[in-house]
Design a protein around this ligand. Structure first.
Ligand code: DOR
Ligand code: ZN
Length: 478
């Protein structure tokens, strides 16, 4: 009879703790206080981490050797186009399969679908669609418009998306709309508002853009800064989140006002040039090399607190239209984490900074018991080997749209992915079986508090980058 680990379960209202045996023990290496150390995770039948320690007894043993176990990423910004008219290039099934393969265990889906998520009925219908198809977990945002039934939607959804400028789905308020009464109502509900911050009053409407460089001039960086600034006087009591930041100035302005901030791989790694076609057309636009490098600098130091993909697939036939008519957006949920893991491998980014931005802070933002590997958390984790450097090719990805703006770049894809202790990716192949759940903010937040694992230092494994020069995991506050 194996010794029982100290996991506990609350019974009824009587507060009686009983010992719970791990169903599975995963042995590998984990990131702990900025160092990579050997560790074992004891995981319960329900998929909770019961214990993290140098050695855990009980249950089935899965030996992952020298591989690194990292918490699954949480992508705060995807467009899975479900519902959408027949012939669309994505739905919750295809989107969540790509997420699973890219190491993303939960997504926040945007409301600019067709029809858009503007009512409780549509939110519920969308929830049903998600539950029927999802391979990873998800939360749904509703669109924030002047006619939005704020109180009902706040109670049902995961928060709101505010479009301040026209983009796919046409959900922006007409210019000149007074947002104050609407935002005051949202503030009273406590629901977060994810902001697409571009001020259309500063768009260069007369400019005929035929490439991403022109697009960046037409929707200039200062329009992002102006949009953030315009919300500051209206933001009292509001929980605001700056989506897809493109400039350090907007990041600092938002941070100074207590907002959380996300940036996408495209705005961190790509820049606008005159040689790209409409596949590189996104809203807000890609910026100059200097602005991109400055944004990446902010990400490296943890000033940009979170990573998100803004996965927005469009059919190639749509992207092949003349630049001015082509839609904005690019796919990216499958490549988000691999691209940034490669930045860690090459020494350009500290692993603790990436894990905080991709998993730990988004989990705290959503109030979910995940995002780091500790007792009490859900066992949502990836098996990563930094020797698995792969050249990204659209033909090897799983996006039905069939293209990527990151073609030819290098990425490190997770070998395996476990959601609540169940394997959904094995040897880089999807093996899940409708494991995804529709979540609400704060789901499971009453779980027992994480206990610290017993640290044990170890020599640096050859399969891992050197994290010792990295700062320790930054404080998880937004
Ligand atoms: O580039 C973008 N694409 N920006 C958005 O705001 C929307 C998105 C989409 O849904 O296609
Ligand atoms: Zn978006």
């Amino acid at each position: 009879m194996p010794a029982r680990s100290r996991g506990s379960k609350l019974h009824g209202r009587q507060n009686v703790h009983v010992e719970v045996e791990p169903r599975t023990v995963f042995a590998g290496r984990i990131l702990y206080r900025g160092r990579i150390i050997p560790a074992e995770l004891g995981v319960s039948e329900e998929g909770r981490i019961l214990k993290v320690a140098p050695s855990v007894r009980g249950g089935r043993r899965v030996d992952l050797g020298e591989a690194l176990l990292l918490p699954s990423a949480i992508d705060l910004h995807v467009h899975f186009r479900d519902p959408s008219p027949p012939g669309s290039v994505e739905d919750f099934q295809s989107g969540t399969v790509q997420a699973a393969l890219g190491g993303v265990g939960a997504v926040v889906d945007m409301p600019n679908t067709d029809p858009p998520t503007t009512s409780v009925e549509r939110l519920e219908e969308k929830g049903d669609r998600f539950r029927a198809k999802a391979e990873v977990d998800g939360l749904l945002l509703a669109a924030l418009r002047t006619e939005t039934r704020v109180e009902e939607l706040a109670a049902q959804g995961a928060g709101f998306k505010l479009y301040m400028a026209p983009t796919t789905g046409d959900l922006a308020a007409p210019p000149g709309t007074d947002l104050r009464p609407l935002l005051e109502r949202v503030a009273r509900t406590g629901a977060p508002v994810h902001v697409h911050a571009e001020d259309p009053r500063l768009f260069q409407e007369g400019l005929y853009a035929v490439d991403p460089e022109g697009w960046a001039a037409k929707r200039p960086a200062r329009s992002e800064i102006s949009a953030v600034r315009s919300l500051l006087p209206l933001a009292e009591g509001l929980r605001l989140h700056l989506a897809h930041a493109t400039t350090v100035e907007a990041v600092e302005l938002a941070r100074g006002a207590g907002w959380s901030v996300e940036a996408t791989p495209q705005h961190l790694l790509l820049a606008a040039t005159a040689h790209q076609d409409a596949r590189w057309k996104v809203n807000p636009p890609l910026r100059s090399v200097a602005e991109r490098d400055a944004l990446f600098g902010s990400f490296k130091t943890g000033r940009v607190t979170m990573l998100a993909s803004d996965h927005a697939p469009h059919a190639l036939s749509e992207k092949e239209r003349p630049f001015p008519e082509a839609p904005s957006g690019m796919p990216g949920v499958e490549t988000m984490l691999p691209l940034l893991l490669e930045k860690v491998r090459s020494g350009d980014l500290a692993l603790p900074t990436l894990v905080a931005a991709a998993a730990r802070r988004p989990a705290l933002f959503l109030g979910l018991p995940r995002g780091h590997l500790a007792a009490g958390m859900e066992a949502n984790f990836l098996v990563v080997d930094f020797r698995d450097k792969t050249r990204i090719r659209a033909r090897d990805l799983h996006a039905p749209c069939g293209w990527t703006a990151f073609e030819g770049r290098e990425g490190i894809f997770p070998r395996a992915h476990y959601l609540r202790g169940r394997q959904i990716v094995e040897d880089g192949e999807f093996v899940g079986d409708h494991t995804g759940l529709l979540l609400s903010r704060g789901d499971g937040a009453g779980a027992s508090l994480p206990a610290a694992p017993t640290p044990r230092t170890a020599p640096r494994p050859s399969s891992s980058p050197n994290p010792s020069s990295a700062p320790s995991v930054p404080s998880p506050s937004a």
